[in-house]
Design a protein. Structure first.
Length: 396
């Protein structure tokens, strides 16, 4: 029997990571399978596995054109989104020899895969949850054409099944990606350890610097209590550590030049505050952290699922109760596991320290995060379904 030929299609930075978790699970079950990854949003790193294929291009919005955000859509169109979409569609029409397509993301990703590739397609529906907003009747109609749909929680799976979609919940694939490497992060036992998740988009370096400004204010408060602060800043594969290091130095923490390889790629000290840039050890960071400062998407949700209180900053000048749609969507998904505070550093610091002093609230945030995000194991279930379909295709 020939080896399974599988194409993963994703449309988001978090979805790119989820596609990788699924690919690893497929390889664990079928080492000879041919697995490739086609990101509709962003670019796969050159050394990534599974290898990236097809037309790829970074867009100004970072893929955030949902809800028809006119400004982001206009910027992306000016940067060539229309032509890129046509090239991506054309590429998918040439994938009709594949055994299975795995669409990871929203219904647009699924629809493009179904219409262009015309192959059995497994839909990993990461973009929507009934905690936030249910799938529309149009989205359900498209999802009915998928061979199987894997929803991100039980409530969403039940809602999709009621709409005639072959949907299951087999665990949250996001949680399959939180693995520990054993990296020694040099965490002091007496320190307040804060993980910083600036995200993976183009503005990640400025988001990291803004959080370091807030960390400086937090460290000043904690200095009066005799407790040091250690910050572990996550550096996504798509982010250049040198750019982050430069941005952070501009706000008052001089960082050492980065070292080669994975792990701690730069570090710096300021009075009562130690900052380390960490790459390739997300699970270790989250395990070590007392609290998480997050401007990310998937990473925020993974941290909450690990039982860590997640605190985000509102946009400058924006009241937390009137947050931007993306953070509002995440707040609806995570509920009380996510706290959004004013962006101004001193006010942010005071509110965060107030949270640290409230262990009952921290426990509630941790319990809520675990409940909302659910269990791991979804990647294995998707892999089993994909390989079963591939085997059936080989016999037909």
């Amino acid at each position: 029997m020939k080896s399974a030929d599988i194409l993963l299609v994703s449309n988001g930075f978090g979805e790119m990571a989820i596609a990788t978790y699924i690919a690893r699970a497929i390889r664990a079950q079928a080492a000879s399978a041919k697995i490739e990854h086609f990101p509709l949003v962003g670019c796969a790193p050159k050394d990534a596995w599974p290898p990236g294929v097809g037309p790829q291009k970074e867009m100004p919005s970072g893929g955030l054109i949902a809800y028809w955000n006119a400004r982001n859509l206009a910027a992306d169109l000016s940067a060539g989104l229309g032509g890129l979409t046509l090239r991506q569609y054309s590429f998918l029409t040439r994938q009709r020899a594949r055994d299975v397509i795995v669409a990871v993301g929203d219904v647009y990703c699924l629809a493009l895969s179904l219409i262009a590739a015309r192959r059995p397609t497994v839909f990993v529906a990461t973009a929507k949850s009934d905690y936030v907003a249910p799938h529309s009747s149009v989205e359900r109609a498209i999802a009915r054409s998928a061979a199987t749909t894997f929803a991100r929680d039980d409530a969403t799976a039940a809602s999709l099944r009621a709409g005639g979609v072959r949907a299951v919940y087999a665990g949250n694939i996001m949680m399959d990606g939180v693995e520990r490497t054993g990296l020694d992060l040099g965490v002091r036992p007496d320190a307040l350890v804060i993980a910083v998740l600036p995200g993976s988009r183009a503005d990640a370096s400025s988001a990291a610097a803004a959080h370091v400004e807030r960390l400086i204010a937090i460290a000043e408060i904690m200095r009066g209590r005799g407790r040091p602060v250690q910050a572990l800043v996550s550096i996504a594969p798509s982010v250049d550590p040198a750019v982050v290091r430069e941005e952070i130095s501009h706000v008052g923490v001089d960082m050492t030049p980065p070292r080669l390889g994975e792990g701690i790629v730069a570090s710096g000290d300021r009075e009562n505050l130690k900052v380390a840039l960490v790459r390739g050890a997300f699970g270790d960071m989250i395990a070590a952290a007392d609290i998480v400062l997050g401007q990310a998407g998937t990473a925020n949700e993974q941290a909450a699922g690990c039982g860590k209180p997640v605190v985000a900053a509102a946009q400058p000048g924006e009241a937390p109760e009137k947050m931007q749609w993306y953070r509002m969507r995440q707040k609806r998904l995570l509920g009380d596991a996510l706290l959004v505070l004013p962006a101004q550093p001193q006010q942010f610091a005071l509110e965060l320290v107030r949270l640290i002093d409230d262990p009952k609230r921290i426990r509630h945030m941790a319990d809520t995060g675990r409940e909302r995000m659910g269990r791991a194991g979804g990647a294995q279930a998707v892999a089993t379904a994909v390989l079963s379909i591939a085997a059936a295709e080989a016999r037909s």
